[in-house]
Ligand binder design. Structure first.
Ligand code: NAP
Length: 354
């Protein structure tokens, strides 16, 4: 299916206040498009300043609309007349989550069904771009056994609400989305699968796992060493570009792994030390797996997570995103360096002492 989106029609973006959505909206506006963004509370006193500044810089081209993932039909009214829907809204929480069903799975799954229910009820929509994740491709690093790299053909079959609830939430939400997409033929769907997204944030309000990961480089939690945990990683600006390319490339189709490379926290720490010096508690060494396993529950990781992830290699094949969406991934040193610089500028990290 080839889908041509009318560039004069507003682009609909859910979860507009989020870390990833902020960059999608900024680039859409800079490229000349009009955007309708949804947030839970458009009147919120804090957390929307960057969107209000964008609206002021691009008069008449960004409006914010109230919608909640758990409120059926709340997306429909603002969606009227849009041809392209970019669905990013979904909670991304790392570490210990008190009630994973309520905090992760319900909003991801019911939210996706609600947004796509509104898509079904909105005749103008031609394409949906859904923010999925590499965690809908694989659950634990040990799942790599016997493969060279994960591809778009792979699905996470090992996560559950009790083990790896965030990956589980993304997997069930994406599956439900494909079921709804395949049950009709008016609109098509393209899914974007980033690894851990890092890079400068346009807001300090996001509680995304991307922020908590970077904060661990200043809160001394890695000062004595980092676990040997390989993870996918990609720049937020490249992820934003991937969503826009997926929306406006008529032939784009299916799933796109959008991951620059795999890194460990030690790799990130080394890159940060090179750029910012020795004033910060960046890790110097790896924590032996047995020792990490011992303290893991205190750090918010289960021992099962440690067994199935620490020390295992991980690789993703991103060639479809390069060939078909034209992505040219930034070097990871630039991504993490720019992210940390922004944390200094925002006062989240102190200035270098020497
Ligand atoms: P984020 O900054 O926390 O943004 C999440 C957004 O979801 C927020 O705008 C939030 O809106 C919205 N949201 C959460 N619960 C909601 C609800 N019940 N109703 C309406 N909106 C709700 O996280 P992010 O990192 O930008 O993540 C955006 C998307 O990228 C998610 O789908 C995530 O799974 C995916 N992703 C992220 C990464 C990553 O490393 N960051 C990697 C792969 C995929 P409020 O402001 O109203 O809370």
């Amino acid at each position: 299916m080839s889908v041509k989106i009318d560039p004069t029609k507003p682009v609909f973006v859910t979860g507009a206040s989020g870390y990833v959505a902020g960059w999608i909206i900024r680039y859409l506006l800079e490229d000349g498009y009009t955007v309708r963004g949804t947030v839970r509370n458009p009147e919120k006193a804090s957390g929307l300043d960057h969107l209000r500044a964008l609206a002021e810089a691009h008069p008449g081209r960004l409006t914010l609309h109230k919608a909640d993932l758990l409120d059926e039909g709340s997306y429909a009214e603002a969606m009227a007349g849009c041809e392209l829907v970019i669905h990013t809204a979904s909670p991304f929480l790392l570490g210990r989550v008190k009630d994973p069903e309520a905090q992760l799975v319900r909003p991801a799954l019911e939210g996706t069904r609600n947004v796509l229910g509104s898509v079904n009820a909105t005749p103008s929509v031609k394409r949906v771009v859904l923010t999925s994740s590499v965690v809908a491709i694989h659950g634990d690093n040990v799942d790599m056994k016997g493969r060279g790299a994960f591809t778009e053909e792979d699905w996470n079959t090992t996560s559950s609400v009790d083990h790896q609830p965030y990956p589980y939430s993304k997997t069930v939400a994406e599956k439900a989305a494909w079921e709804l997409a395949e049950a009709q033929d008016r609109w098509d769907m393209v899914t974007i699968h980033p690894g851990l997204v890092l890079g400068p944030a346009l807001t300090t309000a996001s509680k995304s796992g991307s922020m908590t990961t970077m904060k661990s480089f200043v809160d001394y939690s890695l000062a004595t060493g980092a676990p040997d945990l390989a993870m996918g990683m990609v720049d937020v600006r490249d992820v934003a570009r991937a969503h826009i390319a997926a929306g406006f490339t008529p032939e784009a189709h299916g799933r796109y792994i959008t991951n620059a490379r795999t890194v460990t926290m030690l790799d990130i720490g080394r890159a940060l030390r090179k750029r910012f010096g020795r004033s910060y508690p960046f890790p110097y060494t790896l924590v032996p797996k047995a020792m990490f396993r011992l303290v893991a529950p205190v750090a918010g990781f289960s021992r099962e997570f440690v067994d199935k992830n620490v020390g295992w290699p991980l690789a993703f094949d991103n060639s479809r995103s390069v060939a078909e969406l034209g992505l040219d991934y930034r070097p990871f040193e630039e991504t993490v360096g720019d992210h940390f610089q922004q944390m200094i500028d925002d006062g989240v990290a102190h200035k270098p002492w020497f």
